[in-house]
Design a binder for this molecule. Structure first.
Ligand SMILES: O=P(O)(O)OC[C@H]1O[C@](O)(COP(=O)(O)O)[C@@H](O)[C@@H]1O
Ligand SMILES: [Mn+2]
Length: 649
């Protein structure tokens, strides 16, 4: 009965035998197209330029296509590649060198770019290509893309189109449009495995690119949850997001990027910490500089918001005993007169004992001005169109984990016990572990945002996801920010944050297989893809774990990590024929690429080869299409034997 109803419904779209037959033929043909390319990036940490470069170059895919299509010298290849990555700028550069840009040059570039456009779009259906074409030239580009050069007539036709484009002064516009088309089609699906925010200067610029991308999904990272919770008004997270921005010298991001008025915080800082010049709160400035005065005020503001954060965290820990985070109740363990912190009966001297806003009898209480500051920030975060639009996109297009074409993607970990069992936690009177634990948190995040259930208690869980021991996004037993600020380096053992056993156990193939099975994936086919922990290639660490069953693609795009990892990030490309891991050298600037080309910006390694090459029929979409075909065939039968009447109008 159900099935019949469905066929009736289907018949509205395909009312007769020719219509349903056409669709069956079309879908069956699509199943035989090559699998389109997926691109995986992670831990972007607000480095918009490096990110955009990875996206534009499709991590080497475009250069690979150039190599396959043409036999060019390195210089010629650089010229063509940069023309595709930065068409406007490259054309300007070429024009500045007049001798180089005549009809012959335009013709050469147009021919090259048309050929590449054909190559990259050949694996897509005509209708998909048509949708991506720039409106103004859609018809003519479509003609060019589908022309086969096999007959003399067709070649003449093609040459005439190119000639006319040049004659009517449209060569540059065509080059720009086609370059964009190549960038779009080199990669079909983009996956961002978490951590768009923090440390770098421009998360909002990354968000602009993602919001305009044709097909992207996100797996939430701990730094994303931080900003999502902050956007929802979770005050401990707001304080943390502001503190981290100040710590990395990103006052401008707050004030100009998201237009958050920081004056109330500056006033608080001036009031209580004006004479304070603590080194420890100095902004970390990576490849950026600010003057001494700004540095001082920024340090004072960082301290002011840090104290607010620690107070709010204390309140939260006390009101949510199920978080089991009493260990982090530092403010009540301080002897403020002596400047001593007592932990596990051991005394630690504080390197900074200036706490003018703390009442030792009631250390988590915000004073009046602090309360005003956080209320004001909370208002600005929640009533900020730009930030709200960005976090809405992250809520709507993100998830705790993603199963896609046989692979399992998540940012941090699936919490494990030392013996390899899934770690279990009790939440809301339920015990959860493994996949269920991630599903629980996924529901919490969705409920925290849904207008119907927008509840404060759910938002508090976002804070837990940021820094709780069993948070799959965090994956460490504690966050020692307070101790790193206030205790002596000689007591460095206090700073230790211990990673969940997952991080050592994932080296074992059987553990990776167990996790894949827990998520109902086939361990023979799929791999786990993680971000979160920068792989220290420099120290010989490999991004490939568990005999190739797990890939960690955090190579530290973040400038703050280059020294540690020795590279500037990994990306992963999954095409029809291979999975390729790319390690990137630090991206210097667009100007540098335009000058020197892209040689030596990356090294790559094939981690999996597929023979025969994968087709759409082997993908998730393929499974869905096969199902669609099954029903279309039933409908066709129903028309043939008359159980459903054909309609013609
Ligand atoms: O040096 P900072 O800015 O305090 O950052 C260190 C903090 O960041 C974290 O590493 C989390 O960030 P990541 O997800 O980027 O690793 C914490 O474990 C740690 O406390
Ligand atoms: Mn992370």
């Amino acid at each position: 009965m159900e099935a019949e109803k469905y066929l009736e419904l289907l018949s509205e779209n395909f009312p007769n035998i020719p219509a349903v037959s056409t669709e069956i033929i079309n879908l069956k043909a699509i199943l035989n197209l090559p699998k389109s390319t997926e691109h995986f990036l992670t831990d972007l940490h607000a480095e918009d330029e490096a990110f955009q470069y990875m996206l534009k170059t499709a991590s080497g895919v475009i250069e690979y296509k150039i190599d396959q299509a043409f036999d060019l010298s390195q210089a010629e290849k650089n010229e063509l590649a940069t023309l595709i990555f930065y068409p406007e700028e490259k054309l300007e550069k070429l024009k500045a060198n007049q001798a180089k840009l005549g009809a012959a040059e335009y013709q050469k570039f147009l021919n090259q770019i048309i050929k590449l456009s054909k190559d990259v779009s050949s694996i897509y259906t005509r209708s998909k290509v048509r949708k991506a074409l720039p409106e103004e030239f859609a018809y003519i580009i479509e003609e060019l893309l589908h022309l086969k050069k096999d007959s003399k007539n067709k070649k003449d036709y093609h040459d005439q189109i190119v000639k006319t484009i040049i004659e009517i002064g449209q060569a540059e516009n065509f080059i720009i449009s086609l370059a964009q088309l190549i960038q779009t089609f080199a990669v079909d699906k983009l996956h961002i495995v978490g951590d768009i925010f923090d440390r770098g200067p421009n998360p909002h610029k990354i968000m602009d690119v993602l919001k305009n991308h044709h097909d992207v999904d996100l797996q939430w990272g701990n730094h994303d949850i931080l900003w999502m919770g902050a956007g929802l008004g979770q005050k401990a997270l707001i304080a943390t997001a502001v503190r981290i921005s100040l710590r990395y010298g990103n006052l401008e991001l707050l004030e100009e990027g998201y237009r958050i008025n920081m004056r109330p915080l500056a006033r608080l800082a001036r009031n209580y910490y004006q004479d304070f010049k603590g080194e420890i709160f100095c902004p970390k400035l990576i490849e950026r500089d600010i003057n001494d005065q700004d540095k001082d005020i920024s340090a004072q503001m960082q301290k002011a918001i840090a104290i607010i954060q620690f107070k709010l965290e204390g309140q939260l820990i006390k009101s949510r005993p199920e978080f089991k985070m009493n260990e982090a109740l530092y403010l009540e363990k301080i002897d403020y007169k002596r400047g001593i912190l007592t932990l596990n009966e051991q005394e630690y001297p504080l390197i900074d004992n200036h706490f003018p806003t703390i009442d030792p009898k009631n250390p988590y209480q915000l004073n009046e001005q602090e309360q005003e500051v956080i209320d004001h920030l909370s208002n600005s975060f929640q009533n900020n169109d730009r930030l709200q639009e960005d976090i809405r996109f992250i809520f709507n297009n993100g998830s705790m984990y993603k199963k896609y074409n046989g692979n399992l993607l998540f940012h941090g970990c699936v919490p494990l016990k030392q013996n390899g069992d899934f770690a279990e936690i009790e939440v809301e009177a339920k015990k959860v572990k493994g996949k269920k634990l991630l599903d629980f948190f996924q529901d919490v995040v969705r409920h925290s945002y849904s207008t119907k259930t927008k509840r404060k208690d759910k938002r508090d869980w976002l804070w837990y996801l940021w820094r709780g021991e069993y948070s799959p996004l965090f994956g460490k037993d504690r966050m020692t920010t307070f101790l790193r600020y206030f205790t002596d380096e000689d007591d460095k053992e206090l700073y230790q944050e211990n990673k969940n056993p997952y991080y050592s156990l994932r080296e074992k193939e059987e553990i990776c297989n167990k996790i894949l099975k827990e998520f109902e994936m086939d361990p023979e086919q799929g791999v786990i893809i993680n971000g979160h922990t920068p792989v220290e290639e420099k120290r010989g660490e490999s991004p490939i774990k568990g005999q190739g069953k797990l890939l960690v693609i955090d190579g530290g795009i973040s400038a703050a990590y280059h020294k540690k990892t020795g590279i500037a990030g990994y990306t992963l490309i999954y095409s029809d024929s291979e999975m390729r891991l790319i390690s990137h050298k630090p991206f210097v600037s667009k100007a540098e690429v335009l000058k020197k080309g892209t040689k030596d910006t990356l090294a790559s390694k094939v981690v999996k080869k597929f023979e025969p090459a994968k087709k759409i029929s082997d993908t998730d979409i393929g499974i869905k299409l096969k199902d669609d075909i099954k029903y279309l065939e039933k409908l066709l039968k129903a028309y043939q034997n008359g159980t459903i009447k054909e309609k013609y109008n």
